[in-house]
Design a protein around this ligand. Structure first.
Ligand SMILES: [Zn+2]
Length: 307
């Protein structure tokens, strides 16, 4: 049995083993989604916070590509965040140019999306880079082959359709030179919409593609974080962050964070008044993650434990 606290909803869970796909928490989270939210929290706050306990910072703008409702709902509550879909409203095709939105997002999340984007995948990575602010970052989970081989399944895909033929589906493609290609070796992933697997990444090729698209730093999360239910022994999807420049919270975000911290501080103060001894009060304050974060960011008083 492994006991962990879900860093998306905050629930305490016990599981026998971590499977690849099924959720291991009532909120629908699995290993790779908890890892993605951990990475998001580390980028924004330098701390691994529970998403449900993130401060409400509407100054931070985020874009989700087919994010699951379990965590998308919380992200929308905390940030100026929009979840979008390839095949339904609100529609968003990351491979298309969106000049009016250039430079407007602090973060973009692509959870198990990149393997399904039609080739060339470079278009999607370059567009993601354009959409981000200078200090913005991209949070990704994607399957990477253990052999580090990059395999593009349909390199000559141009005008194509997936059609039902008898019991199975086939892909019909008209290549750029006008010739036709029919393929029946298709791999579909769970979920609705465009779930045809277009490629298999290797970590090296993915990092190179991200750097070529304009990202300065790529960080792959490979360490286990058992306390929040991130154990990579079964889950094969690789979580990573691609940064343009290191994230810095702008003045509006800082001011909202200070307000949130002030409210948390006020709550702690009232709790302290009810506490019996000064030592107990200080311990309570010390235990508050919020106060720790506030001190780290330089907005809190310095507590001292009395003798
Ligand atoms: Zn959960």
């Amino acid at each position: 049995m492994v006991a962990f606290t879900c860093n998306i909803c905050g629930a305490d869970n016990e599981v026998e083993e971590f499977a690849t796909e099924p959720a291991t928490c009532g909120c629908g989270s699995n290993v790779r989604l908890r890892a993605l939210i951990h990475l998001l929290s580390m980028e924004l706050f330098g701390n691994s916070l529970i998403l449900a306990q993130f401060p409400k910072l509407k100054a931070i703008r985020g874009l989700g590509l087919s994010d699951q409702p379990g965590y998308a709902r919380i992200l929308a509550d905390k940030f100026d965040y929009t979840n979008t879909f390839y095949d339904r409203e609100p529609r968003f095709d990351i491979a298309e140019p969106h000049p009016k939105l250039a430079g407007s997002y602090d973060f973009i999340l692509m959870a198990d999306v990149l393997e399904h984007v039609a080739p060339p995948v470079e278009c999607a990575l370059e567009e993601a880079c354009r959409l981000l602010k200078p200090g913005g970052f991209l949070g990704i989970t994607v399957y990477c082959s253990p052999s580090d081989q990059m395999r593009e399944h349909f390199p000559e895909l141009d005008e194509f359709r997936i059609v039902q033929l008898g019991d199975s589906q086939v892909l019909v493609n008209r290549r750029q030179d006008g010739s036709l290609e029919v393929r029946d070796d298709l791999i579909f992933h769970g979920g609705s919409g465009a779930t045809l697997e277009m490629r298999e990444f290797g970590m090296t090729a993915l990092e190179n593609q991200l750097r070529n698209a304009g990202f300065r730093e790529v960080f792959f999360l490979t360490e286990n974080l058992p306390a929040i239910g991130v154990l990579f022994d079964r889950d094969v999807s690789q979580p990573l962050i691609a940064r343009k420049e290191p994230f810095v919270m702008d003045r509006r975000g800082q001011s909202q964070l200070a307000e949130e911290w002030g409210a948390a501080n006020e709550l702690a103060r009232r709790q302290q008044e009810r506490a019996d001894s000064l030592a107990a009060q200080v311990r309570m304050a010390e235990e508050s993650r919020w106060l720790r974060l506030g001190r780290k960011l330089g907005v809190g008083p310095k507590f001292k434990v009395p003798e």
